[in-house]
Design a protein around this ligand. Structure first.
Ligand SMILES: [Zn+2]
Length: 444
């Protein structure tokens, strides 16, 4: 049978090894990875000029917003940012307006997204302490669940360890993983309250409101609750040496906990917060050089499983003013892959590690069958990258509605040049050519 498309003259990182090969695609699937003469005939052949193909990167921590928060980002602009940034699948966080905390609200989101997404999207939901509702959320498509230990998202108190164990158990029984924002809310709100009442509102005071021990305490609670519940847990955006140490030890004892790191915690420190100001405010905040060094080591050694952007777009006016009122986070979908490829070019990290952290492990941890590798029978989600291509980060070019970045002006070597979702090219360089609806909504 003839294929739809043959990509030839490529270096292919399959997720395991780097080979010289071509890729044959039919009906949105990879049907063959082989030297050109051994590929089946195809309707169309694309000479890729020696570019590198990697499995479609999966961003497991994205806030696409939409609905009442569409002024910050919507499903179309967010997934355009993903496509231009080289991501083929993103997982959307549930702290939207309205929040994704009931089967009806999830169904509405899925329906809306189906018509507008350019890359694949899976949805997180917020778990109620009720097994029946959690099972319904899974049957409506919840790929994973998210618990925030720092801010109140749930109708139950996350500060209570019994509740946390119960939530983990319920999610685990529904067969899905649970991701956690691990900063202890009681520590953060106490510290913030103290600073505010003493009139402190400098940008560096924000660090004091989010001390290391808030993350450490929360990570320990997650590890304990993982053991008590039998759940598979994933710690979002680890940022401190203490959290990394605790997770490393837990993993050595085979606790089924995984974790992610963001590019901003890898490439920036609190000195950048001081330099940039409120636009660089993010939760958890930018940390010290010691923390950054520990995060890089943990990524190289595999203690950190995943790199995720924590793409958190806000309107520009929400990023200035009183430090306690500024919305935390900034866009990351368009900078994450170039930053990581640049790090490979600079010798900071091996390509193998980047492919593992952006493609292989996200698919494994979140149970995304047929994704994360370039392999026969897998979905034809991949990105062609030019390791010698340059890009100067210019937020005014972003597809995201949030046109600012702490990486503004950075010159990066290593860029995505073609993003392919289900065998269809959705971005050519920075230009999005995919139509709304060319991505799929993942269901369970
Ligand atoms: Zn987030």
């Amino acid at each position: 049978m003839r294929s739809d498309l043959n990509l030839v003259n490529l270096k292919v990182h399959t997720g395991e090894l780097l080979i010289e090969a071509g890729i044959s695609i039919r009906d949105g699937k990879i049907v063959k990875v082989a030297k050109t003469p051994n590929l089946p005939e195809a309707e169309e052949t694309m000479d890729c000029g020696g570019l590198l193909a990697i499995p479609g990167p999966i961003d497991v921590h994205v806030h696409l917003r939409d609905m009442e928060l569409s002024y910050k980002e919507d499903f179309y602009t967010g997934t355009c940012a993903a496509a231009a940034g080289g991501f083929t699948t993103v997982l959307d966080m549930p702290n939207t307006k309205p929040p994704t905390d009931s089967p009806e609200k999830l169904a509405e989101k899925v329906e809306r997204a189906r018509r507008s997404v350019v890359v694949n999207v899976g949805f997180y939901a917020i778990p109620p302490l009720d097994g029946q509702t959690v099972r319904e959320l899974v049957s409506r498509g919840a790929v994973a669940f998210k618990v925030n230990l720092c801010k109140r998202w749930t109708d139950w108190d996350t500060g209570n360890q019994e509740n946390l164990v119960k939530a983990f158990r319920i999610v685990s029984e529904a067969g899905r993983p649970v991701a956690v924002h691990a900063e202890e809310g009681s520590i953060v709100s106490e510290a913030e309250g103290r600073l505010r009442s003493s009139g402190r509102s400098g940008v560096m005071d924000y660090l004091e409101a989010h001390p290391d021990r808030a993350e450490f305490r929360a990570v320990r609670r997650v590890i304990q609750a993982t053991l008590s519940s039998g759940a598979r847990t994933h710690v979002c955006h680890v940022s401190t040496v203490w959290a990394v140490e605790a997770l490393s030890r837990a993993k050595r004892f085979r606790v089924p906990v995984t974790c992610e790191v963001t590019p901003h915690h890898l490439f920036l420190t609190s000195k950048d917060l001081e330099r940039i100001g409120t636009k660089a405010i993010v939760d958890p905040p930018l940390r010290s050089e010691v923390d950054v060094e520990a995060l890089w080591r943990a990524l190289r050694e595999g203690v950190v499983d995943v790199v995720a952007s924590d793409h958190a777009p806000h309107a520009e006016w929400e990023k200035v003013g009183d430090v306690w009122e500024v919305s935390p986070g900034f866009p990351g979908l368009e900078t994450t892959l170039p930053l990581m490829l640049d790090a490979v070019n600079r010798g900071l990290v091996e390509l193998d590690v980047v492919v593992r952290a952006l493609c292989v492990r996200p698919a494994e941890i979140f149970g995304l069958v047929g994704k994360g590798r370039i392999r026969e029978g897998y979905d034809a989600d991949l990105v062609l990258v030019d390791m010698d291509g340059w890009w100067r980060v210019d937020p005014s070019e972003f597809h995201s509605k949030a046109k600012y970045s702490p990486f503004e002006g950075w010159r990066l070597m290593g860029v995505p040049v073609k993003t392919i979702v289900g065998g269809v090219v959705v971005a050519e360089g920075r230009e999005v050519v995919g139509k709304p609806g060319s991505g799929r909504v993942l269901v369970g």
